[in-house]
Design a protein around this ligand. Structure first.
Ligand code: F6P
Length: 343
């Protein structure tokens, strides 16, 4: 549509592939539809503060292989800073007709509230955790799995040299997808995920079994994992801006107990933000680019309150609420399949 101006923002935790989405959207929008783009800086923070940057061909040149986001991001909740009224005011002042929000669960929840109040927003799902329903995969997940797998391969060689039990703690919030895939790829002797509470006895049984065959056990644990004695995931760093507990540290918590019970020297490594940094894999670049191009169509077709999603190999679009209703958790059969190789 000639004369149309779209604002793009990236919000929430960063994720490899964000830049490829931005590039895909901007190139298609300019080339096919003569759309003008503007980037809001640092997620919703830039929207409520009215901080923008130009977004044309020069800004998106060669960025699909760059990690992070050229727009910056934050975990700002727009409803803490004026909400709908403020967002509408800034869009008006900037002459922006619609917003493309690239974000995860927190971002899309805010986007849904704003859309319900009349703001024109379409979304692109983003998360390394792969925890959003209504899409088969999110970009960034493949990269995180690749990094976690490589890291576990490295932990194995040092574990083998010392005859130690090695624990690799990965991200994923309340789902175990990164742990499941990277643990399986790296041949972990146990994969501990939030969807399956597990006892210390069971974990130590797998460790003993691996050790009895002369192996140095490798345990992949998701940050949201709970022992059968725990009600909530391990969290020691308070809540984020959307009121969700900051996870991390379960590996360090398990290690001394495992060492005590098995008598095997045990070390834990928390991979942390390494999993979100650096260049996206080719798979993530392609998925992100396709999302970027497809979301331009969503704007042109006025699909407000909807986000692009992957179904099989097709890009479709679905209402925000389909993604937000419930978490995309690891199903039992995927866990059972992986568990055949434990111990
Ligand atoms: O949602 C992505 C994620 O990386 C989670 O896996 C993790 O729990 C969280 O974000 C970390 O958040 P922050 O970057 O704010 O520490």
């Amino acid at each position: 549509m000639v004369g149309m101006k779209i604002g793009i923002l990236t919000s929430g935790g960063d994720c490899p592939g964000l830049n490829a989405v931005i590039r895909g959207a901007v190139l298609k929008g300019i080339q096919n539809h003569d759309i003008e783009f503007v980037g809001f800086r640092d997620g919703w923070k830039g929207v409520v503060e009215g901080t923008v940057m130009p977004l044309g061909r020069p800004q998106v040149m060669g960025i699909s292989k760059q990690g992070g986001t050229i727009l910056g991001t934050s975990r700002t909740n727009p409803f803490d800073f004026g909400g709908t009224e403020r967002v509408a005011e800034v869009m008006d002042a900037e002459g922006v007709d619609a917003l493309i929000t690239i974000g995860g669960e927190g971002t899309l929840a805010a986007a849904k509230r704003l859309t319900d109040a009349g703001i024109r927003i379409v979304g692109v799902p983003k998360t390394v955790d792969n925890d959003l329903s209504a899409t088969d995969y999110t970009f960034g997940f493949d990269t995180a799995v690749q990094i976690a797998t490589e890291s576990m391969d490295r932990l194995r060689t040092t574990g083998d040299s010392h005859g130690r039990c090695m624990i690799a703690e990965v991200m994923g919030r309340h789902v175990g997808w990164i742990a499941l895939h990277s643990g399986m790829a790296a041949g972990a002797h146990a994969i501990l995920i939030p969807e399956r509470k597990t006892s210390m006895d069971e974990i130590c049984g797998w460790i003993d079994s691996a050790r009895s065959r002369g192996r140095a056990p490798l345990i992949a644990v998701a940050e949201g994992f709970k022992l059968d004695t725990m009600d909530d995931a391990h969290s020691e760093r308070g809540l984020d801006a959307f009121g969700r507990p900051r996870l991390g540290g379960i590996g360090d918590m398990l290690a001394p107990d495992i060492e005590y019970r098995t008598g095997m020297e045990t070390r834990s490594t928390t991979l942390g933000h390494i999993q979100r940094g650096g260049v996206p894999t080719a798979y993530d670049r392609v998925l992100a680019t396709r999302y970027g191009m497809a979301v331009v169509d969503s704007v042109l077709e006025a699909h407000w309150g909807r986000m692009v999603a992957l179904r099989g190999t097709q890009i479709v679009n679905v209402p925000f609420e389909d993604a937000l209703g419930k978490l995309n958790t690891v199903p039992q059969d995927r866990y059972d399949e992986a568990a055949i190789l434990f111990g």
